[in-house]
Design a protein around this ligand. Structure first.
Ligand SMILES: CC(=O)SCCNC(=O)CCNC(=O)[C@H](O)C(C)(C)COP(=O)(O)OP(=O)(O)OC[C@H]1O[C@@H](n2cnc3c(N)ncnc32)[C@H](O)[C@@H]1OP(=O)(O)O
Ligand SMILES: CC(C)C(=O)C(=O)O
Length: 537
C-alpha cells in the first residue's frame, strides 16, 4: 500500500508550506514555463507578470515562472515575478538542468521571492540517457545527487524531476529518487514526459516508488503529465489517487506538443468528484474563466469551443431534449454550475435541434408573449430558418417573430416565389399570391431580381403605388445572416412602410413589399370604407 494512498493519508511538512492537510493537493502551475513551450505561445515580461498576478489570484500554490538559463528574457521574467512576490504570494520556481550553471542562474532568479524553489531535472529513461544525454546510469545518479545538493545550498525548497520517468526502469527510477531525497529534494516529480502512460501505469509507478524508496514518506510526490494520448488529466487523477500531493498543470492545458494537464480540469475534477478522489485544492474556481481568457488574449490562441470548463460550449445546450431538461432543472445536464467556474450563466443556444420549450423560453426572455397558434407558426418558421442558418441569434428570433406577428391579419399573402437572374440573363420572377383566400399568379421581367419580383407582384395584384424607399440591412453577421428589408410606399401624400426578413434577400424583399401593400389596404379601408380597398388599378 502506498504510504499516502487515499486510505492512509499522511500529513506532510514542507519547507514552503509547513504542515499540509491530508486532503490537500498542491497546484504547481507551469503555464509560464512548460506552457510557454507551446509553439507560438511565447510571452513577454509584462505579459508574464500579468499572468502571474492572475494565477496568484486563482490560488496556484507554485508558479514555475521560467527556465532562467534559457535566455536573458526568461531570467528577467523569473526574477521580476520573484520580486513581485517578495513578501508573500505563491512559491516562485525556476527550472534548471542538472548543470551547475543552470542551477546557479535559477538560484539568482528566484532569490527575491518570499518563497523560492529550484526545480532541477535529468532524464532517467534508458533511451534518453543513451541517445540524448550520452550518460551512463552511474553518471546520471551522480548528477542527481550533485544537482540537488547544489540547489539545496540556495534554497530549502528543491524539486527534482526524473525526466521521462514513466518510461524508466523501475529499479533505476527508485535509485534516482532515493539519491535525490538523500541529497535534500523536498519534492519528487515523476513526469510522463511524452504522454505515453495509461492511468494504471501511474497508479503502479507512484505506489511502487513510494513503497520502495526509503524516506519517500518525508517528501511530496508530484505528477506532471503530457497530453499526447489525451490522457494527461486522467493520469493526473490516477497519480493523485496513488499518493501524489502536487500536480503540475497549465491553464487551458497548453504546453509542449499536445500540452499538459489542464489546471481547470484537474481542479474541477477534484471539486466535482470530491467523494471519489477525496482531495482538495486552494484554487478559487470562480476565477478560472477569467484566467483562461487572459491567457487566450495574451497568446492570441482561443481554446476550442468544446474545451471542458472554459470552452464556449462547456455550458451551452443546443438540443431540445437537453434544453427542456435544463429549463426544468439544470442538474439534469450540468455536473457543476457555470457560476462555480466564472461563467455568468449557462446558455441555451437555438439551432435546428432545439424544441418548443427552449424556443418559448427565448421568446419570453425577448419579451414576446404568443398564443399557442402563433407560437406554433413561429416555431415552424424558426425550424425552417435553423435548417438554413448555423446559429439562430436573438436578433434572428426577434426578426422572425416580428415578421410573423405583423402578417397575422394580412389580406394578401405570398405563397410562392421563383426568380431567375444572372449574367447576360433578363431577370424574371413568378409569384403566387393568396388574395382574400384566392390564388393569383403573376410573372414579370425586371431590371434586377428585386425589380422583377415587385413587377410580378403587381402582375398578380394590379395596383399603382410610388415606391419611395427600398433598404436592406443584415440582421446579424455572416453570409447566412437574415436580411431585413424595408420598403416605403406613398399614396396621396400618405406613407406606409413594410418589413420582411429572410436569409434570402429577394424573399425578404417580396415579404416587405407585400407587407407594405397590406398596410396600404388597411389605410385605404380606414379612409374610404365604402370603396373597400379595391386595388388601384
Ligand atoms: C521535458 C522538458 O520540458 S525539459 C525543458 C525543455 N525546455 C527547453 O529546452 C527550453 C529552453 N532551452 C534552451 O533555451 C536551450 O535548450 C538551453 C539554453 C537550455 C540549452 O541550449 P544549448 O546549450 O544550445 O543546448 P541544446 O539545446 O542544443 O541541447 C541541450 C543540451 O542539454 C543537455 N541536457 C538536456 N537535459 C539535460 C539535463 N537535465 N541535465 C544536463 N544536461 C542536459 C543535452 O544533452 C544537450 O547537451 P549537448 O549539447 O552536450 O549535447
Ligand atoms: C522538466 C520536466 C518536469 C518536464 O517538463 C517534463 O518531463 O515534461
Amino acid at each position: 500500500m502506498a504510504p499516502n494512498s487515499t486510505t492512509n493519508p499522511t500529513k506532510f511538512s514542507h519547507p514552503s508550506f509547513g504542515t499540509i492537510a491530508e486532503d490537500r493537493v498542491i497546484i504547481f502551475d507551469t503555464t509560464l514555463r512548460d506552457g510557454e513551450q507551446s509553439p507560438g505561445f511565447s510571452m513577454n515580461l509584462e505579459e508574464k507578470l500579468r499572468m502571474a498576478e492572475s494565477l496568484a489570484e486563482l490560488g496556484a500554490d507554485v508558479l514555475e515562472a521560467g527556465f532562467p538559463i534559457a535566455s536573458p528574457g526568461d531570467f528577467d521574467s523569473v526574477r521580476s515575478i520573484a520580486q513581485r512576490f517578495a513578501k508573500d504570494g505563491p512559491v516562485v520556481c525556476g527550472l534548471a538542468r542538472s548543470a551547475d550553471a543552470d542551477i546557479l542562474r535559477a538560484a539568482e532568479a528566484i532569490k527575491p521571492a518570499a518563497r523560492g524553489r529550484i526545480h532541477t531535472f535529468i532524464s532517467t529513461s534508458e533511451l534518453h540517457m543513451r541517445v540524448k544525454l550520452r550518460m551512463s546510469n552511474e553518471e546520471v545518479l551522480a548528477a542527481v545527487a550533485r544537482s540537488v545538493a547544489l540547489a539545496r545550498n540556495h534554497t530549502d525548497d528543491v524539486e527534482w524531476s526524473a525526466e521521462d520517468g514513466s518510461r524508466t526502469d523501475m529499479d533505476f527510477l527508485c535509485r534516482c529518487v532515493e539519491a535525490a531525497i538523500k541529497a535534500g529534494a523536498t519534492t519528487i516529480n515523476i513526469p510522463d514526459t511524452v504522454g505515453y502512460s495509461l492511468p494504471e501505469d501511474m497508479t503502479r509507478i507512484f505506489a511502487e516508488v513510494q513503497e520502495r524508496v526509503p524516506g519517500a514518506d518525508a517528501v511530496i510526490f508530484s505528477t506532471h503529465n503530457h497530453n499526447d494520448l489525451g490522457l494527461a488529466v486522467a493520469n493526473t487523477i490516477a497519480a493523485i489517487r496513488a499518493g501524489a500531493r502536487q500536480v503540475e498543470c497549465t491553464i487551458n492545458g497548453i504546453g509542449e506538443r499536445a500540452g499538459n494537464a489542464a489546471l481547470e480540469e484537474v481542479a474541477m475534477a477534484l471539486r466535482t468528484r470530491g467523494n471519489a478522489i477525496a482531495r482538495t485544492t486552494n484554487i478559487q474556481t470562480p476565477n478560472i474563466l477569467r484566467t483562461s481568457r487572459l491567457l487566450a488574449t495574451i497568446t492570441g490562441f482561443d481554446v476550442q469551443p468544446n474545451k471542458a470548463i472554459v470552452g464556449r460550449n462547456a455550458f451551452a445546450h443546443e438540443s431540445g431534449i437537453h434544453q427542456d431538461g435544463v429549463l426544468k432543472d439544470a442538474s439534469t445536464y450540468e455536473i457543476m454550475t457555470p457560476e462555480s467556474v466564472g461563467w455568468a450563466t449557462n446558455s441555451l443556444v437555438l439551432g435546428k435541434h432545439s424544441g418548443r420549450a427552449a424556443f418559448r423560453d427565448k421568446l419570453k426572455a425577448l419579451g414576446y408573449e404568443l398564443g399557442d397558434n402563433a407560437l406554433n407558426d413561429a416555431f415552424r418558421r424558426f425550424k425552417d430558418l435553423a435548417d438554413r442558418k448555423k446559429v439562430v441569434y436573438d436578433e434572428d428570433v426577434s426578426a422572425l417573430v416580428d415578421d410573423e406577428v405583423i402578417r397575422q391579419n394580412d389580406r394578401v399573402k405570398i405563397t410562392a416565389l421563383t426568380v431567375t437572374s444572372g449574367l447576360n440573363t433578363r431577370p424574371m420572377a413568378a409569384v403566387k399570391l393568396e388574395i382574400d383566400g384566392e390564388e393569383q399568379e403573376g410573372i414579370a421581367a425586371g431590371d434586377g431580381a428585386v425589380d422583377a419580383t415587385f413587377n410580378a407582384i403587381r402582375a398578380a395584384f394590379p395596383h399603382e403605388v410610388a415606391l419611395k424607399l427600398y433598404a436592406v440591412q443584415s440582421v446579424t453577421g455572416g453570409t447566412d445572416a437574415q436580411a431585413r428589408v424595408t420598403v416605403r410606399f406613398e399614396e396621396k401624400g400618405k406613407l406606409v412602410d413594410g418589413q420582411g426578413a429572410d436569409t434570402d434577400t429577394i424573399v425578404a424583399s417580396a415579404r416587405a413589399y407585400v407587407h407594405a401593400l397590406n398596410k396600404l389596404l388597411v389605410k385605404r379601408e380606414r379612409t374610404a370604407p365604402a370603396e373597400m380597398a379595391a386595388p388601384a388599378a
